[in-house]
Design a protein around this ligand. Structure first.
Ligand SMILES: NC(=O)c1ccc[n+]([C@@H]2O[C@H](COP(=O)([O-])OP(=O)(O)OC[C@H]3O[C@@H](n4cnc5c(N)ncnc54)[C@H](OP(=O)(O)O)[C@@H]3O)[C@@H](O)[C@H]2O)c1
Length: 282
């Protein structure tokens, strides 16, 4: 059996740790999705993303169950959708996700988007706090929250999230939000960490650094996330991509290389313009 790469861990304010690279699962559905998740876990992944809205909690759960790896080693994530923020719906949704995943306990449950104009995200957070107290979920966090949303849920419940999963890639490096998370011991998880493997992977600055290290463009971008202390969750359906992505956790870029990649950032660098101030996702 091939040795797995050694994956650095990043740690939140309460001591909860996440591996630097996990598996994104958007569009990994059905039997193929379950097989992809099981294969990734057997290749060394210990963090798996999903969401109620991806309609793949069943496949992710089946993949986790099928993998020949102790369940206790795997961190399974899911997310509460916007239409379930109100207290009663949130409670049922959290339990429903756990049933769909086929787990006794969900390891990490996040609020998917704050949906500020709906203004029910504090109720959603209180439902997650309650679920954690009841032992239904192990750790709780959020996604796409701005500092103002983070501050409000902590002020109103006394509980700080362990994770904020946000859009981060070289076109949108989010320096200020990362600094805020560091200061408060909140782990940053990057969604679309490869910029969905579009134009980003053809950038010449990335090609030059990749060539200097003898690695791929995707590995270069993932090593940039690791160097910045960001947990990335690249989605990959093939074992070849999954394996090479995980191996990027062992690649060390120097400060100048990290800065050169960060310089690709743009004010309007979001992939599809989803600004948490205004974006509403049901
Ligand atoms: N919280 C949120 O609001 C939110 C929003 C978006 C996404 N997410 C999560 O974040 C995960 C990752 O984001 P994403 O799926 O949008 O984008 P991504 O991970 O940046 O990119 C995925 C694309 O990259 C390709 N790819 C993967 N590894 C590659 C490699 N080594 N070389 C070349 N191409 C490669 C994949 O193709 P193959 O499958 O063919 O390998 C796929 O087309 C999602 O799956 C989801 O779990 C969360």
């Amino acid at each position: 059996m091939t040795a797995h790469p050694v994956i650095p861990q990043f740690t939140a304010h309460n001591g909860f740790g996440l591996p630097a690279i996990g598996l994104g699962t958007y569009a990994l559905n059905g039997d193929a999705g379950a097989d992809a998740v099981a294969g990734a876990i057997e290749a060394g992944y210990r963090l798996v993303d999903s969401a109620f809205n991806y309609e793949n909690e069943g496949s992710v759960g089946r993949g986790v169950a099928a993998a020949d790896v102790d369940r206790a080693e795997i961190i399974v994530t899911t997310k509460l959708p916007g239409r379930h923020h109100a207290s009663a719906q949130a409670r049922t949704s959290i339990e429903e996700s756990r049933s769909r995943l086929g787990l006794d306990i969900t390891d990490l449950h996040l609020i998917h988007w704050p949906n500020p104009s709906q203004d029910e995200y504090v109720q959603a957070w209180a439902a997650l706090v309650d679920a954690q107290q009841r032992g239904v979920v192990r750790q709780i966090g959020v996604s796409n929250f701005l500092p103002e949303h983070l501050e409000r849920i902590e002020r109103e419940t006394g509980v700080r999230p362990v994770v904020n999963q946000i859009e981060v890639h070289p076109y949108f490096p989010q320096e200020e939000q990362l600094a805020y998370h560091r200061e408060h011991g909140i782990l940053t998880e990057a969604w679309s960490p490869l910029g969905r493997a579009k134009a980003l992977l053809d950038e010449s600055v990335i090609a030059e650094i990749a060539s200097a290290h003898g690695i791929s463009a995707a590995q270069t971008v993932l090593a940039w996330h690791v160097a910045r202390g960001v947990v990335s969750i690249p989605k990959a359906s093939s074992l070849a991509h999954q394996t090479s992505n995980l191996a990027a956790a062992e690649i060390v870029l120097d400060d100048a290389e990290v800065a050169a990649i960060t310089a690709l950032g743009r004010a309007d660098g979001r992939l599809f313009g989803a600004d948490p101030r205004s974006h509403e996702e049901s």
